[in-house]
Design a protein around this ligand. Structure first.
Ligand code: PLP
Length: 463
């Protein structure tokens, strides 16, 4: 990496890891729409606004850290997915990315279905009025109580993940006199990573039943023999933060091929396939995600082609995007605490949250961007690492970024694209109080998940 590429100075170039930023962005005040939700702008004061509200006012009213969720953006993304897949397919929002009662209501209104993977996610969905038949239950180790809850609620599908679970779900359904619709989750032999897919060690993981070693075919045999189960289809989920459609293509081909084998062996054509979630989003401007209509077109064409080749009636397709819907719709608003320049290295900017509200950087080495949002600044760019306040040196929110050199205690920073797997994976490490989720739309803000209080934590600690 050439030193001259870094106006911030040669010492900064020395520590930038290969493949990261080629240098500071041209204008640190720009809030690039590729990573910010669609109603985010900078106002005449130089502060960021979202949903028509100034982030300084949001911080004053709701405190920091806080997740600020752009409701219009969330709804627009739901509509884009629905429109892209049309009436002949179903879009299940993956609740693990972020679930709350408000979100369930938006999904219900926008015509999406919901994938849950625990009894408590199911409870939230039902409580907020998602019709049970629009819910799918996932999980590699569903308890009998969770299965019972799903069966008695009347969920539209349970996605089976093991031989033991086939027996468990069948027994619960029989006990309640129900014929439960199920899909079988198969591992198709594709492991998808950020920009590539690697057909290697993917069989060695806890989810699904392997196509390659015949477990998937055996699961089909067992399910078809059970009166209390109705085998609706085959499910595949290949990974996450995927940009390349090639992995889905292989998955679709293998799933359709299994449908052909099932038809040949059992004389039944299964009516559904689900190709899972995992579609990537832009965390930084280096990421180039596909639009829902491109994804729908690619998947539709692959399935149609493969079914045609296998002389099968194309099954009803479903997908399960989580991150691609909610991820880009929220940012985390932080206040700067301390600013510590390390001579010859970089400046550590500490914020009032950290790995308790965003574990992804520590867990997956995830990349994020960050901006000063309480004001504009013409100061020189400085290379920073945005860190939290927790007692771990790995407590990093944004590993490599540029902020204006005059960034100071009391400034507000925002990290975009934190809508998925941040609040849902948040913890109480160091007894941190998990931040609120504040939904903004049309100049109004409302708390949809409130901030935890000391009282909440003390109530759990029963002495
Ligand atoms: C079965 C299944 N479906 C959907 C998803 C959602 O993935 P994403 O949020 O990356 O779209 C996941 C994520 O782990 C999953 O395991």
């Amino acid at each position: 990496m050439s030193r001259s590429a870094h106006p911030a100075g040669p010492r900064h170039a020395d520590v930038l890891p290969e493949g990261h930023y080629a240098g500071p962005p041209e204008d640190l005040n720009t809030l690039d729409p590729r990573v910010w939700s669609r109603t985010v702008t900078r106002n005449d004061d130089g502060a960021a606004e979202v949903g028509g509200l100034d982030v300084r006012d949001l911080a004053a009213e709701f405190g920091t850290p806080a997740y600020i969720l752009d409701e219009a953006d969330f709804r627009a993304r739901c509509r884009a997915w629905r429109a892209a897949f049309g009436q002949g397919a179903d879009v299940f929002y993956a609740g693990k990315a972020f679930l709350s009662r408000a979100v369930v209501r938006w999904l219900t209104e926008e015509g999406l279905n919901l994938d849950v993977c625990s009894g408590t996610e199911l409870a939230v969905a039902l409580d907020a009025g998602m019709p049970a038949e629009r819910i799918a239950l996932h999980g590699n180790n569903k308890s009998t109580a969770e299965i019972e809850r799903a069966v008695t609620a009347g969920v539209g599908r349970i996605v089976l993940d093991s031989f033991q679970e086939i027996a468990r779900v069948a027994a619960v359904a029989a006990e309640h006199g129900v014929r439960q619709r199920v899909q079988i989750r198969v591992t198709v032999g594709v492991e998808a990573h950020t920009h590539e897919f690697i057909a290697t060690a993917h069989e060695d993981q806890k989810f699904g039943l392997s196509l390659a070693d015949g477990q998937a075919a055996e699961a089909v045999r067992r399910v078809l023999m059970l009166d209390s189960l109705e085998l609706a289809g085959i499910h595949s989920h290949i990974g996450s933060q995927i940009f390349d459609m090639a992995g889905f293509e292989v998955a679709a081909r293998r799933v359709v091929s299994l449908l052909g084998e099932i038809r040949d062996e059992h004389g039944v054509e299964l009516p559904e396939i689900d190709l899972g979630g995992g579609l990537g989003i832009a965390y930084t401007t280096d990421d180039d995600p596909r639009e829902p209509h491109e994804i729908a077109k690619a998947l539709g064409e692959i399935v149609a082609r493969e079914c045609d080749a296998a002389r099968l009636t194309p099954p009803r397709l479903s997908v399960e995007p989580g991150r691609a819907i909610v991820g880009p719709t929220a940012f985390t608003l932080y206040e700067v605490g301390t600013v510590k320049p390390l001579e010859g290295l970089r400046t550590y900017v500490s914020v009032d949250g950290g790995m308790s509200d965003n574990i992804r950087t520590a867990l997956y080495d995830a990349e994020y961007s960050v901006s000063l949002v309480s004001r504009a600044s013409d100061a020189e760019p400085m290379l920073v690492r945005v860190v939290g306040k927790h007692c771990e040196s790995g407590d990093i929110v944004v590993k490599d970024a540029f902020l204006p050199a005059d960034t100071a205690p009391g400034d507000l920073l925002a990290v975009p694209a934190t809508g998925a797997y941040c609040r849902s994976m948040a913890s109480n490490y160091n007894h941190a109080l998990r931040p609120p989720v504040v939904a903004v739309a049309d100049g109004r803000a409302r708390v949809i998940v409130r901030r935890e209080t000391e009282e909440d934590l003390l109530r759990l600690d029963v002495g």
